[in-house]
Ligand binder design. Structure first.
Ligand code: BYE
Ligand code: ZN
Length: 497
């Protein structure tokens, strides 16, 4: 294992940090956060010698003492810092104190006058930045500063809204910038590293995918409508450990990569490619973080609405068409009703196919047609499209280990949250979600052996080039988790009598 030395200056002091090549992004961020003595609500920014902001990640380039980075605690959302109503409170208490002192002593002591002028000058400072609330640097408390009560805690919903608007502004700002050729090429491969990109950047990359497949010209989509659509899709993914916008991005990017690797542009029509990419993008919209089994057992609104039939997938799809029903987001608005119906039908089939309860049926149908596959046969194409979306959906292990490993932890986190809730409610608990029973390596070796390899090898028969790009990496992942599984079994054998 190699270690990396980073020299950086923070709070006027030159410091060094050292971390190994296997360190996680979260650990690197924590390390610099601690070095900066930053509070949770602070934002850290790292600058290189040219003054360019660089991403704080395990990929941070090593440097020398002379070419140190500058680490700055830039802005906070002023949580923990005084707001207008805190200031009102302070003034009120100071006034109260002053009148008490006046009663006792007869004059206002100097120290008190000094305090008053401090508070006064702080008010002037605060008022001079209050108008900046719109950039999210300063959160406006509305009319609350007129009231003498302490500020109410902000509703989480409001913060989410503000964060999204920031992402939207950044997305629109950077969307006109040219994405480098290197990134454009990486985007076409499974080795693309999603962890390096922020949400606004991912939105730009999604725009690149739609543009590079010529969808804007083929379907007469205005750029602004595509941007509104992508932003709405982003807004309808929840902030949960696994089924979040990052997952949506990865699945879409894998689909995009598969389209290029298999040269599908010369085998299927534009419409079919559009159905596949858009289905990937929408396939988990508004996922609540609890699976179909939970929905059905807990008799949730979704299970009730969809009669226990793929409640989640039906919901993802309904949300997708809800977004498309808004004229400003409707990337299908310039199509004939014929074309619209075809695309809608295709997307519904592809999104419903992501319910793993259908896995064996779909794979078996694909097996039965694979040897005589005909790209002009409508039914054959339909099965292939479902398989492509399914493969993209569960393909994390086809990515480099450093990209794939954190995804497994996110998934287990979401599973554990579900089992905790099931225990709480007295519902049946799936053993593979139970934090007391799951062994990460052994679950993953079984998943790779019995789900990924059979699926990926069937698709590789149709597209032999995929052997190298997805089958082999998954084989390596199996080896990795098998070694881990064996090590933990050996350890168990030595620690348990
Ligand atoms: C699946 C269904 C629903 C949600 F516990 C996610 F071992 C998944 F079974 N995905 N997607 C990727 C996965 C992966 N499930 C598993 N491994 C993945 O890499 C297996 C699970 C961790 C468990 Cl299939
Ligand atoms: Zn998914």
């Amino acid at each position: 294992m190699t270690t990396k030395i980073i020299h950086f200056k923070v709070n006027g002091k030159l410091e060094t940090a050292e971390f190994g090549s296997d360190v996680s992004a979260a650990d690197v961020k924590d390390l610099f956060r601690a070095a900066a003595e930053a509070e949770p609500h602070h934002i850290l920014k790292m600058y290189n010698r040219e003054g360019t902001v660089v991403k704080i990640s395990p990929r941070l380039e090593a440097n020398s003492r002379e070419s140190y980075y500058r680490l700055e605690v830039v802005a906070s959302d002023l949580q923990g810092v005084a707001t207008a109503s805190d200031l009102d409170n302070m003034e009120h208490r100071l006034h109260h104190l002053e009148s008490r002192v006046l009663q006792d002593v007869g004059t206002t002591p100097d120290i008190m006058s000094e305090l008053k002028s401090h508070v006064e000058s702080f008010r002037r400072k605060l008022e001079s930045v209050e108008h900046l609330s719109w950039i999210g640097l300063f959160k406006d408390d509305g009319d609350q500063h007129l009231a003498k009560s302490p500020p109410k805690p902000r509703t989480p919903q409001l913060n989410v809204q503000e964060e999204r608007q920031q992402v939207r502004r950044k997305f629109l700002n950077i969307s006109s910038l040219q994405v480098t050729e290197e990134v454009r090429e990486l985007l076409k491969t499974p080795i693309f590293d999603n962890w390096q990109w922020e949400e606004a950047e991912m939105l730009v990359l999604l725009q690149v995918m739609f543009t590079n497949l010529d969808f804007l010209t083929a379907f007469h989509i205005e750029l602004e409508v595509l941007q509104n659509f992508l932003f709405e899709v982003y807004c309808h993914y929840n902030n949960i450990p696994f089924h979040n916008f990052q997952h949506c991005f990865c699945v879409t990017q894998m689909m995009y990569g598969l389209i290029w690797l298999t040269d599908l542009r010369n085998k299927l029509g534009r419409t079919d490619l559009f159905i596949m990419l858009t289905s990937a993008l929408c396939h988990d919209l508004d996922h609540p973080g609890y699976n179909n089994v939970y929905q059905i057992n807990a008799q949730t609104d979704l299970a009730l609405r969809y009669n226990d039939i793929s409640p989640l997938e039906n919901h993802h799809c309904a949300v997708a068409f809800g977004i498309l029903a808004k004229p400003e987001c409707n990337i299908l608005k310039n199509l004939s009703s014929e074309q619209y119906k075809h695309i809608r039908g295709g997307m519904i089939k592809c999104i419903l196919a992501t319910d793993m309860a259908q896995h064996n049926e779909i794979l078996n149908r694909f097996r039965s047609i694979q040897s005589a596959f005909d790209f002009s046969n409508k039914e054959h194409k339909e099965v292939l499209m479902k398989i492509m979306v399914k493969v993209s959906d569960i393909s994390n292990e086809a990515r480099p280990m450093a990209v794939a490993a954190p995804w497994l932890d996110c998934l287990l986190q979401e599973f554990f949250n579900q089992s905790d809730r099931e225990k709480q409610k007295g519902l049946p608990v799936s053993p593979f979600m139970d934090r007391d029973k799951v062994s990460k390596p052994s679950s993953q070796t079984s998943f790779i052996r019995f789900v990924l390899l059979p699926l990926f090898s069937e698709l590789s028969k149709l597209f032999p080039c995929l052997e190298q790009h997805i089958l082999e990496p998954v084989g390596r992942a199996l080896e990795y988790y098998s070694v881990m599984e064996k090590a933990s079994r050996d350890e168990e054998a030595t620690t348990k009598p």
